[in-house]
Design a binder for this molecule. Structure first.
Ligand code: NAD
Length: 287
């Protein structure tokens, strides 16, 4: 059996088309959604990710700007930049591109981004709202995965879902979003004793460990929907996910490719959150 591809690139294009219409409505009402991206240093992958987000803004009619800071800038410079953007009326979303250089406490700095402009969903108030079952801005990678599963009509309620990885950015919020949709969820980490014992019962398997080829075909339940979040660069320069794609595609019913699966959906959700933030701003202005 060859799995159907969870084609994130194609679904992201559909999302952009819908967002473009919402942007037009906002612009007609005098509000152009605006996204500010902050990059500290010049981490090569971060530069690529920011360019993708800026391109997606252009495609949907969202205004964007990049704030480039030196990698050795003091924390006060970064906080001052965030503060200025928090008060900027034309900016509705602020994106602090991770990773930050070592001397910054990224988790703490994220808390200085205004909750209503936190389009990454990493502010603890937004994460707390997700825990409480009242989500507002949710982290973009798991939101994109949910949107992808919904687009392919994958039933979540009542299914066994297994998330490999428990990071605050991906694994934990992914588990919470699956719980909110009434899946029975297991969350694995690097200390999990027998990973296969969990992966092999998963109707929905989300792998976000950052370990190339961690999940092989024999670890997958036949017919499962498998979402590969990992992005790993191999010594020969090729990019691969955490799942053995060739093997998994013979066992899974649905499988996301790397690249072209989760990555484009993550970018699309950043833009979606920015448009939502602008809509909220427009409603508050009209009230
Ligand atoms: P992270 O390093 O913060 O967390 C990795 C998690 O995987 C940890 O909880 C760790 O305990 C777990 N883990 C590691 N080895 C394991 C093993 N052998 N068995 C079980 N669990 C194991 O990483 P992250 O930020 O969550 O990202 C994970 C991967 O997803 C990375 O490759 C990253 O590049 C990628 N990523 C992709 C996107 C996208 O848009 N496609 C977005 C974010 C992250």
């Amino acid at each position: 059996m060859a799995a159907t591809l969870l084609d994130g690139a194609a679904v992201a294009r559909e999302v952009y088309s819908q967002l473009g219409q919402r942007v037009q409505t906002l612009v007609a009402a005098g509000v152009r959604p605006g996204l500010a991206a902050i990059q500290v240093g010049n981490h090569a992958a971060s530069t690529i990710y920011i360019r993708r987000k800026v391109k997606a803004c252009a495609e949907t009619g969202v205004y964007s700007e990049i704030h480039q800071l030196e990698s050795d800038c003091p924390e006060s410079t970064l906080l001052a930049t965030i503060d200025k953007l928090n008060h900027h009326r034309g900016i509705h979303g602020i994106l602090l591109q991770l990773p930050l250089p070592q001397h910054f406490d990224a988790g703490r700095i994220m808390q200085s981004i205004a909750v209503e402009k936190d389009v990454d969903g990493f502010n603890w108030q937004n994460l707390g709202a997700l825990v409480a079952g009242r989500p507002r801005f949710t982290p973009c990678t798991p939101s994109g995965i949910i949107a992808l599963l919904e687009r392919y009509e994958v039933r979540i309620e009542g299914r066994n879902a297994v998330v490999v990885g428990r990071s605050t950015e991906v694994g934990k919020p992914m588990a919470l979003m699956l719980i909110a949709r009434s899946a029975t969820v297991s969350v694995c980490n690097s200390k999990t004793r027998d990973l296969r014992q969990f992966t092999s019962i998963a109707d929905i398997l989300v792998v976000a460990a950052g370990r190339p080829l961690l999940v092989t075909a024999d670890m997958i339940k036949p017919g499962a929907a498998v979402v590969d979040v990992g992005i790993n660069r191999l010594p020969d320069g090729r990019v691969c996910g955490d799942v053995d794609f060739a093997g998994a595609s013979q066992v899974a019913s649905l499988l996301s490719p790397v690249p072209g699966g989760v990555g484009p959906m993550t970018v699309a959700m950043v833009i979606a959150n920015t448009v939502s933030a602008a809509e909220h701003h427009a409603q508050a202005r009209a009230a």
